[in-house]
Design a protein around this ligand. Structure first.
Ligand SMILES: Nc1ncnc2c1ncn2[C@@H]1O[C@H](COP(=O)(O)OP(=O)(O)O)[C@@H](O)[C@H]1O
Ligand SMILES: [Mg+2]
Length: 259
């Protein structure tokens, strides 16, 4: 790939006191792709995302986002990104539409109402738009959260554990949403502890372990790191998730939530 990376990290280090969390992280994310930063709880995923989104200063190394160095040009980085944390930033008391209008107003957009209505339609929340967020399901909240982060069309999106705590149907909805964004040209860096999330959603997967990226590539490339599998003929058993979705249905979620 010859395109300039949307995110480029080299030798990034960060310690909290004596506790070294990032010990030289190198990573490159091509524009318009989904990169999954995979790591166990406490691996340093949130720390890395906070550095990339200018909320935290690195001790050493370099990070460039959308062509801007996070340390030298933080304001330009902030104008290029949005960050959705693990805990939804939506206001429970407001309706979905009011949340969107508020953010559009804060960003000084010309027609906040039209921006809100466009995003509600795009995220299948038009019906729910007039209801208080307190009545939304987990999947609807997370979709609204992602919709809010898209106001102003940032080219780079950071999603910190976007599906943690969601049920399987809501996860699928959020996956589809993220896939659609990347297909539309947005670069997405998401963190996850779930192997299957990285496997299903990401164009590239980077594994953060003991402060470093120990593997980085497409799923096919990562599979090639393992010895070739012995071919055996066994009946494939469906996973629990497949069984659950077969019983409950893939597309029932939006209709049920709208009630
Ligand atoms: N502000 C902080 N002060 C001290 N230690 C921290 C702080 N934030 C995170 N840590 C520690 O750094 C490590 C990495 O945390 P984090 O980046 O949140 O990991 P992850 O997001 O992968 O779960 C953990 O051991 C965590 O306890
Ligand atoms: Mg985290």
């Amino acid at each position: 790939m010859t395109m300039t990376p949307a995110i480029e990290i080299a030798g990034l280090t960060k310690s909290y006191g004596e506790h070294a969390v990032l010990g030289g992280v190198d990573l490159s994310v091509p524009p318009g792709t989904v990169l999954a930063l995979l790591g166990a709880n406490g691996a340093g995923k949130t720390t890395a995302v906070r550095i990339l989104s200018t909320l935290l200063k690195a001790d050493g190394g370099r990070a460039v986002v959308n062509g801007y160095d996070v340390a030298a040009e933080p304001a330009k980085v902030r104008a290029s990104i949005s960050l959705t944390g693990q805990f939804a930033a939506v206001d429970e008391v407001l309706t979905g539409r009011e949340n969107l209008v508020l953010v559009a107003q804060l960003r000084h957009l010309a027609d906040p109402g039209a921006v809100a209505d466009g995003l509600l339609a795009r995220f299948a929340l038009t019906e729910a738009g007039g209801r208080r967020v307190a009545t939304y399901s987990g999947g609807m909240r997370r979709r609204l959260d992602i919709a809010m982060s898209l106001i102003g069309d940032p080219p780079v999106l950071f999603l910190d554990e976007p599906t943690t705590g969601l049920d399987p149907q809501a996860r699928l909805e959020v996956w589809r949403t993220i896939r659609g964004l990347a297909d539309g040209g947005t670069t997405v860096l998401l963190t996850t502890q779930y192997l299957d999330e990285a496997e299903h959603l990401a164009d590239r997967i980077a594994i953060l372990h003991q402060g470093r990226i120990i593997a980085d590539g497409t799923l096919e490339e990562l599979k090639r790191l393992l010895p070739p599998t012995k071919v055996e003929y066994v009946e494939k058993q469906p996973s629990l998730e497949e069984i659950f979705l077969a019983i409950v249905g893939h597309d029932g979620a939006a209709a049920q939530e709208a009630r």
